[in-house]
Design a protein around this ligand. Structure first.
Ligand SMILES: [Zn+2]
Length: 140
C-alpha cells in the first residue's frame, strides 16, 4: 500500500527500507535489549551506545480489546491490541483488516502502514497497525 504524502504520527519512528516502511527501534550494543519507542540512553545500562534497528513486521497477538471510547480523532469503535514481537517487545497497536470476532490470542499478525487519523487540514496521518496474517489461499 502506498501513502501519498507520507506524513506519520511520529516521523522518527518510520524509515523507508527499499520500497517498504519499517518501524524503527533502538538496540543497546551492551545488553542487546531492543526498545520501542526508540531511546537515547539504555534504561538498563544507562549507556548511550545504541543503534537503530528495524522492528520485525510479524508477531503474535498477545491480547486485544474493542474500544468504544478514546481519542476524538479516531473512528470508534476500534480494536487495540498488544503484539509480541521476536525482539521481546509487547507493542501496543491499532488492529485493522478484520472483525473483532475474527481475533484469537496467539494468532500470527503482520504490520501494515495505514492512515490513523486526519490532521486539522484533512491530511492523512499514517502510522503502524497490525492485521491477522492471511492464510494460504484466503481471499483478502
Ligand atoms: Zn543496555
Amino acid at each position: 500500500m502506498t501513502i501519498n504524502n507520507e506524513k506519520f504520527i511520529e516521523e522518527r519512528w518510520f524509515k523507508k527500507q527499499g520500497d517498504e516502511w519499517s518501524l524503527m527501534a533502538t538496540r543497546c550494543i551492551d545488553c542487546n535489549k531492543v526498545f520501542f519507542p526508540p531511546k537515547t540512553v539504555c534504561p538498563r545500562c544507562f549507556d548511550g551506545k545504541l543503534e537503530e534497528v528495524p522492528l520485525s513486521k510479524k508477531g503474535i497477538l498477545y491480547t486485544y480489546a474493542l474500544s468504544v471510547m478514546g481519542p476524538t480523532d479516531l473512528t470508534k469503535p476500534f480494536i487495540m491490541g498488544f503484539i509480541d514481537l521476536p525482539e521481546q517487545i509487547k507493542l501496543y497497536t491499532l488492529i485493522t483488516g478484520c472483525q473483532y470476532e475474527d481475533l484469537k490470542v496467539d494468532m500470527p499478525m503482520e504490520m501494515v502502514i495505514e492512515e490513523i487519523k486526519k490532521d486539522s487540514d484533512g491530511n492523512s496521518i499514517a502510522g503502524y497497525k497490525f492485521r491477522p496474517v492471511k492464510k494460504e489461499g484466503e481471499q483478502s
